[in-house]
Ligand binder design. Structure first.
Ligand SMILES: NC(=O)c1ccc[n+]([C@@H]2O[C@H](COP(=O)([O-])OP(=O)(O)OC[C@H]3O[C@@H](n4cnc5c(N)ncnc54)[C@H](OP(=O)(O)O)[C@@H]3O)[C@@H](O)[C@H]2O)c1
Length: 303
C-alpha cells in the first residue's frame, strides 16, 4: 500500500497537532491508571512492595479439628476474613461454634459443622462432599484434627500405632484426594498440615505420635511438588507447646519446667500464635512445600 502524505498548512496543522496531543495525553493517562491499578490491587506485576495474596473473602475453608484449640482459632480467623467456614470433629461444641457464628454473621455467612471421625477414609471423603454440597467448592483445607497418642517404644500397640497414623497422616491423603479435584477445577487451592515439634526431635514417651507427626513436613513437600502445576499450595506448621486442651495432661510442674528451661522465649504458645501463621501461609500465594516451626525457639536450642 502506498502511504499517503498530506502537507498541512496552518491553521489545519495546528488542529491536527492539538488532536494528537490530546490522544497522547489520554493514552498516557490510561497507561498510568492501569499501572496504578495493577500495582495496588494486582498480582505483583509491579515491584511496589504489594505481596501476592489469596483473597479469602467468599472462599470456602474446611478446618478439621475446627471446634477446639488451634483449629478453632484458625476457623475464626478465616471467618473474620469473610470466608465461608466448615469445621469437622467427632463432637459438636456449642461454645466454639457459637463464637464462629458470631464472627461469620456480619459477613452474611453461616458456618457448617460436620460430625466425622477423621480417622477413616469414608469420613474424610464425606467431610469434603458435605462442604461442597453447601457451597459448591473448597478452596482451603486445614487438617488440624488430632490428639496425643501416649506410649513409648515398649508401650505402643498395633492399635495405637495405626490410630496415630490414620488420624494424623492417612487422613491428609483421604481429605486431599477428595478436595483436590475441586481445587483443580477452581484453578487455585491451599492445603495446610499441622505437624509438631515432637516430630522434629527425639520424642520421649510418644513414639507413634512423634513418628506420625515427623511424616507431615515431608508429606507437605511431596504433595506440594505434585500439585504446584495446578496452582495448589501445600504447607505445614510445626507447633511446640501450645496451651489448648491437647496439653491438659501436663502437670503444673511440667508446665513450669517448660517455661523456665525448655522454651527460650519463656512462655507457652497460644492457639492464635499458630492460627496467625497458618493464615499467613494460606494467604501468601508464593509459598509452597514449606514447614514453619512455631515453638518459641524450643526446637532450635542445643542446651
Ligand atoms: N497443642 C499443642 O501443644 C500442639 C503441639 C503440636 C502439635 N499439635 C497438633 O495440633 C493439632 C490441633 O491440636 P490442638 O492443640 O488444637 O488440640 P485440641 O484443642 O484438643 O483440638 C483437637 C481438635 O481435633 C478434633 N479431633 C481429634 N481427633 C479427631 C478425630 N479422630 N476426628 C475428627 N476430629 C478429631 C477435636 O474434636 P473432637 O475431640 O470432638 O473430635 C478438636 O476439635 C493436632 O494435630 C495436634 O497434634 C498441638
Amino acid at each position: 500500500m502506498v502511504p499517503l502524505i498530506f502537507i498541512l498548512h496552518p491553521p489545519h496543522a495546528r488542529t491536527v497537532l492539538i488532536y494528537h496531543g490530546w490522544k497522547l495525553l489520554l493514552s498516557g493517562f490510561k497507561i498510568q491508571s492501569w499501572a496504578y491499578f495493577r500495582g495496588f490491587y494486582g498480582r505483583g506485576q509491579l515491584d511496589e512492595g504489594w505481596a501476592n495474596t489469596m483473597d479469602l473473602a467468599g472462599k470456602v475453608c474446611l478446618v478439621t479439628g475446627g471446634t477446639s484449640g488451634i483449629g478453632a482459632k484458625t476457623a475464626l480467623m478465616f471467618a473474620g476474613r469473610a470466608a465461608h467456614v466448615a469445621v469437622a470433629a467427632r463432637n459438636p461444641r456449642s461454645d466454639t461454634f457459637e463464637k464462629l457464628r458470631e464472627v461469620a454473621a456480619p459477613h452474611g455467612h453461616e458456618p457448617l459443622f460436620i460430625q466425622a471421625d477423621i480417622g477413616n477414609a469414608e469420613a474424610c471423603a464425606r467431610t469434603v462432599t458435605e462442604t461442597c454440597a453447601r457451597w459448591g467448592r473448597v478452596d482451603v483445607l486445614v487438617h488440624s484434627a488430632g490428639g496425643p497418642v501416649p506410649g513409648g517404644f515398649f508401650e505402643v500397640t498395633e492399635q495405637s500405632w495405626g490410630r496415630a497414623f490414620a488420624v494424623h497422616v492417612h487422613a491428609v491423603l483421604w481429605l486431599a484426594r477428595a478436595a483436590v479435584p475441586y481445587m483443580i477445577k477452581q484453578g487455585e487451592g491451599a492445603i495446610l498440615l499441622i505437624g509438631s515439634a515432637a516430630g522434629l526431635r527425639g520424642c520421649l514417651g510418644a513414639m507413634a505420635y512423634g513418628v506420625a507427626k515427623g511424616a507431615l513436613p515431608q508429606f507437605a513437600r511431596s504433595l506440594a511438588r505434585e500439585l504446584a502445576d495446578y496452582n495448589i499450595r501445600v504447607n505445614c506448621v510445626c507447633p511446640g507447646v501450645i496451651r489448648t486442651p491437647f496439653q491438659a495432661f501436663l502437670t503444673p510442674e511440667q508446665k513450669e519446667h517448660n517455661i523456665k528451661n525448655r522454651i527460650p522465649l519463656h512462655r507457652e504458645g497460644k492457639p492464635e500464635d499458630v492460627a496467625r501463621a497458618i493464615l499467613d501461609l494460606v494467604e501468601n500465594d508464593f509459598i509452597t512445600g514449606e514447614n514453619l516451626v512455631i515453638d518459641g525457639g524450643m526446637t532450635m536450642r542445643i542446651a
